[in-house]
Design a protein around this ligand. Structure first.
Ligand SMILES: [Zn+2]
Length: 324
């Protein structure tokens, strides 16, 4: 069925586990003028969007924050999609009609739940066609995630296209094993490689064995939740760096993701870590409107209040925000 003839608005769903490189991939596509015609919706589980700062000015973009679009924020997502469909139906000309939406989900989203919500909705099912589900897989952490996180397997299993990210950071034989495992989890998907969003050919030995993954059915696991830390003025950056390193060293299996935009003497910096791997901070362009320095920590097995207390004690941070 030709998409153009079909007349429905196309939706590209972009998913992948915490820190798997979804935003980096999306930014690169937008830089390259791909997805140029798309309206982009970015979903973040935390109430304070960080990815918004990264993508601002690059596309028609809106942020859906304060909950994951596959569960807590599903009704809000559906409402926004219905609104886009209404606007499209009312467009004065076919040139003015929005033809494509790209949704970047949070790292905690199960894309299947979003696909179901669209398919079950009386309006959306007639106005939206999900043209592609793309799932990013972290070359460095993907196998570890498959071993312990049922959600990461479900994400991989529903993809039309799997993008193995951070190829430059992982060992080739590990990547070959990851790709072989992906072929078992999702035999139908196209598998591609990427470094910082750019496509890179996967040159891997064909005889790599897939990993036999443990059965996780029914295994209890604590919920993963975001904690927002607002850094007031006068943060001691050296102390903050030491605190973050110590936190990841001690709790790197529980703290799955740290992400934040902070204003430092060196400029506006994007700080990110995935498990124990801290990426070197990226300098972002200055921005006029005053924003809080916010760090979002996503993980499980601790209390938000304990994180705040330890940060306050360590780095002299005031006004650390409430749990969400
Ligand atoms: Zn969800």
């Amino acid at each position: 069925m030709s998409e153009a003839r079909e007349g429905r608005m196309r939706l590209t769903l972009l998913g992948g586990f915490l820190g798997s490189g979804k935003t980096t991939w999306l930014r690169h596509q937008l830089h390259q003028g791909l997805l140029e015609d798309a309206h982009v919706i970015v979903n973040e589980a935390a109430a304070t969007p960080v990815d918004d700062a990264l993508l601002k000015g690059m596309a028609s973009i809106e942020v859906l924050s304060g909950g994951c679009a596959c569960c807590e924020a599903r009704d809000e997502l559906v409402a926004r999609l219905v609104r886009l469909c209404d606007l499209r139906s009312g467009a004065a000309s076919s040139e003015a009609r929005l033809e494509r939406v790209a949704l970047e989900t949070s790292g905690l989203a199960d894309p299947a739940a979003i696909l179901e919500a669209i398919g079950a909705h009386p309006v959306l099912v007639h106005h939206i066609v999900v043209s592609e589900t793309i799932v990013c897989i972290d070359a460095l952490h993907g196998l570890a995630q498959f071993r312990s996180e049922p959600l990461s397997r479900r994400q991989a299993a529903v993809a039309d296209r799997l993008i193995v990210t951070k190829l430059d950071e992982a060992d080739t034989s590990e990547t070959a094993r990851l790709v072989a495992t992906l072929r078992v989890l999702n035999p139908g998907a196209r598998i591609e490689g990427a470094i910082k969003g750019s496509p890179v050919a996967l040159q891997l030995s064909a005889d790599a064995e897939p990993e036999t993954l443990p059965d996780l059915d029914g295994a209890p696991s604590d919920p993963i939740f975001p904690t927002r830390l607002i850094l007031g003025d006068g943060v001691d950056w050296t102390a903050f760096g030491v605190w973050l390193s110590a936190l990841l060293y001690a709790r790197g299996d529980d703290v799955m993701r740290v992400k934040g935009v902070v204003r430092t003497p060196a400029g506006r910096l994007l700080l990110q870590s995935v498990r124990k791997v801290v990426q070197s901070p990226e300098v972002l362009p200055p921005q006029e409107d005053r924003e809080d320095d916010t760090i979002v920590v996503i993980g499980r097995g601790y209390e938000s209040a304990d994180l705040r207390r330890s940060l306050e004690r360590f780095a002299g941070v005031r006004g650390v925000g409430p749990r969400q």
